[in-house]
Design a protein around this ligand. Structure first.
Ligand SMILES: [Fe+2]
Length: 206
């Protein structure tokens, strides 16, 4: 009845994790619709569809309520036009489940948004723990020139809902290059979520 404890060695440069049960990769061709500059995205896709944008190693000990899923995410540096490489982003399908990310190498951001459109941005670098509270939509962005590697930990019954970002035309702000750094700009494609969509997020809580 008791699960085996386990220890996992993480390579902070690549995100590789020993005894990870699973791994998945997102390539440029999997990320259609994410970037504002669709013309640049399509022309980049023509030559670089297989380019890896991010890789996730994860361990899912059990699906039972009360357990944790944990692992690493490694995001390559890069941009589509002015916009930095980012993850698809999601809210937890059971929206009141939180998550913690911990920076291992590189530099980037955790872009956070409530269902009603409040935005917060947390800078992540090695040894920074970023807390994603319940109900916050979250996406990571690599604003540096080297891979952004973070570990993450979240409840095993959280799940992911990616449609919340697609339905609103992206997140409320986009992260673009500015000088030697980054800048958050209003996303012109963004549409406020309806009362019904916001109520559905809250109804997903367990
Ligand atoms: Fe998450």
């Amino acid at each position: 009845m008791y699960q085996d404890p386990s220890a996992h060695l993480i390579n902070s440069a690549t995100g590789a994790m020993s005894d990870a049960g699973g791994r998945y990769i997102k390539r440029l061709r999997d990320l259609d619709g994410l970037y504002l500059d669709t013309a640049t995205f399509q022309s980049t896709l023509a030559t670089s569809a297989d380019t890896i944008v991010y890789t996730v190693h994860e361990k899912r000990p059990a699906q039972s309520v009360g357990d944790l899923i944990f692992g690493t995410t490694m995001m390559e540096p890069g941009r589509i036009g002015d916009e930095f490489y980012m993850t698809r982003g999601h809210i937890h399908a059971c929206a009141n489940r939180p998550e913690v990310y911990y920076g291992l190498s590189g530099e980037g951001l955790m872009l956070l948004e409530t269902p009603v459109g409040d935005v917060r941005i947390l800078e992540v670098k090695p040894r920074v723990a970023a807390y994603v509270p319940p109900f916050w939509i979250h996406r990571s962005v690599n604003t540096g020139t080297t891979p952004l590697v973070m570990s993450f930990f979240y409840p095993s019954d959280a799940g992911q809902d990616y449609t919340i970002i697609e339905k609103s035309g992206g997140m409320a702000v986009r992260i673009i290059a500015s000088g030697n750094g980054w800048e958050a700009v209003k996303n012109p494609s963004y549409k406020q979520r309806s009362e019904a969509d916001i109520a559905a997020v809250h109804a997903s809580s367990k």
